[in-house]
Write a new protein. Structure first.
Length: 225
């Protein structure tokens, strides 16, 4: 894959690997135990949405939550990657939202079912433009923020992550091969909450990038895509 294609990672059709409960304060706010190893789940490439298109509340949910996260874009494929060379596999970053149907996730948790319906629906992965690696010299020093209708909801530093970016790359690549254009969502800091139709959602990485999305509602109609 060319550098140009990695820069348009959302068009590559590659996988999105998400990490849950990677910030202690967020694990606590949802009354979850702190993980002893990374919690992983996946989103399909159809989850991507870019600025200019709305985030859609799934037709089967009435409690859509925002989660602002640092995304890591893979630039070099690998399997069983050691932590010491993990950063060589990073092409760059993206500001990401892990949109979550919290009511559906709660039902999945109660029934012991996977989180797919809660996390993998169309538009569940809003992303910024590609951020070249040089613009973020240290992924453990990134300040994330998120506002809904101009009110600050989330603010956190990636310094608070339980598992670092090199640790996550090493762990994930021991489970599944990482490929160029894959995206890793590294977990959300505290402050998650609901968004509703017509809300305006703004998120940013301090001093690097910001993005704006509006919220709409998914219609349950058959259509060609
Ligand atoms: O749904 C959750 O709370 C897990 C998750 O994605 C996160 O911690 O970022
Ligand atoms: Mg998340």
């Amino acid at each position: 894959m060319s550098t140009r294609n990695v820069a348009r990672f959302w068009e590559c059709g590659k996988k999105i690997i998400c990490v849950g409960r990677n910030y202690a304060e967020h694990a606590k706010e949802l009354k979850n135990e702190l993980p002893t190893e990374p919690v992983l789940f996946l989103k399909p490439p159809t989850a991507y949405v870019k600025e200019g298109s709305p985030i859609l509340v799934p037709h089967y949910s009435s409690n859509l939550h925002h989660e602002v996260e640092l995304g890591v874009v893979v630039g070099k494929a690998g399997r069983d990657i050691p932590q010491t060379s993990a950063m060589q596999h990073v092409a760059g970053y993206a500001l990401c939202l892990d949109m979550t149907a919290r009511d559906v996730q709660d039902q999945c948790k109660a029934k012991g079912l996977p989180w797919t319906l809660a996390k993998a629906f169309d538009t569940s992965c809003p992303v910024s433009d590609f951020i070249p690696k040089e613009r973020i010299p240290d992924p453990a020093r990134v300040e994330l923020w998120l506002r809904v209708n101009n009110v600050i909801r989330q603010r956190g530093s990636t310094a608070q992550m339980i598992f670092s970016v090199p640790c996550l790359i090493s762990y994930i690549s021991g489970v599944m091969a990482l490929e160029e254009g894959d995206l890793i969502l590294t977990g959300t800091p505290k402050g998650v909450g609901a968004v509703n139709e017509h809300d305006e959602l703004q998120a940013g990485i301090e001093g690097v990038i910001n993005m704006t999305f509006t919220v709409g509602r998914q219609a349950f109609t058959s259509s060609d895509i």
